[in-house]
Design a protein around this ligand. Structure first.
Ligand code: Z5A
Length: 217
């Protein structure tokens, strides 16, 4: 029987550099001989990409209430799990996911203030039994993360709906993630996201090494 793949999720506040590390990690896993697929949230399926557009860019999405936002992120995730993630894992493929259910716990639960038990129940319904084997949390002071976002090549363009939040929102996001990582320390590894992309990736490589060795045995 083919051994199941592993699900590794990458989390952190906007601008923490996780998407950069996601690409480096995908290459590292492939070079180590693992079959890998890379997906992102919201998105990663036809339905999910349409939901992503509504959540981030579409004028129709402006002013949506937090409850609607929560359900849309969950809808995108439910589709992604069933159409992409679960089938890949069952075939022994590793899955790297740029954001997953912890983003909802932190952004919609902690930062938007929706009730934690409701968010947990909706997350559970969306993912079923599909849980990450490892979650890398990229942690960076809010000012530095925002400075990185502003230095992005597209930073002259208007912020999308999710990026148009005050600094206090991102402070709640950062603390929410750190609290969650402390509560679920078996699954989370907190990575200091300061320094060059190469410095950060050295930390990532060390952090994932035990999982790779265990799978290669
Ligand atoms: N969201 C939610 O609310 N609830 C949910 O359940 C889910 C998501 C799943 C998705 O946006 C939004 O949806 C997000 C959370 C919310 N909103 N906010 N706010 P997205 O998918 O468009 O973007 P993102 O995931 O938030 O992040 P990003 O824009 O892709 O940024 P990043 O992944 O953190 O970083 P990056 O793209 O790798 O780097 C950002 C810039 O910094 C870029 O110019 C890099 O070249 C640079 N960079 C990267 N690393 C470094 C280092 N080490 N030093 C210096 N500069 C660096």
């Amino acid at each position: 029987m083919t051994p199941a793949g592993r699900l590794i999720t990458l989390e952190g506040s906007e601008g923490c550099g996780k998407t950069t590390q996601f690409r480096l990690l995908a290459r590292h896993l492939e070079e180590a001989g693992f079959r890998v697929i890379c997906v992102r949230e919201p998105g990663g399926t036809v339905v999910g990409e349409a939901v992503r557009h509504l959540l981030k860019h579409s004028p129709e999405g402006r002013g949506m209430c937090p409850e609607t936002e929560l359900l849309l992120f969950a809808a995108s995730r439910a589709e992604l799990v069933r159409k992409e993630i679960a089938p890949a894992l069952a075939q022994g493929t590793w899955v790297l996911c740029d954001r997953f259910l912890d983003s909802t716990t932190v952004y919609q639960g902690v930062a938007r203030g929706l009730p934690a038990e409701v968010v947990a129940a909706i997350n559970a319904f969306a993912v079923g039994s599909c849980r990450p084997d490892l979650t890398l949390l990229f942690d960076l002071p809010v000012e530095e993360a925002l400075a990185r976002m502003n230095r992005r090549p597209a930073s002259g363009a208007a912020h999308d709906r999710m990026e148009a939040e005050p600094d206090a929102f991102y402070a709640r996001v950062r603390q929410g993630y750190l609290d969650l990582a402390a509560c679920e320390s078996d699954r989370f590894r907190v990575i200091d996201a300061a320094g060059s992309p190469e410095d950060v990736f050295n930390r990532v490589r060390e952090t994932v090494a035990p999982l790779l060795h265990a799978a290669a045995r």
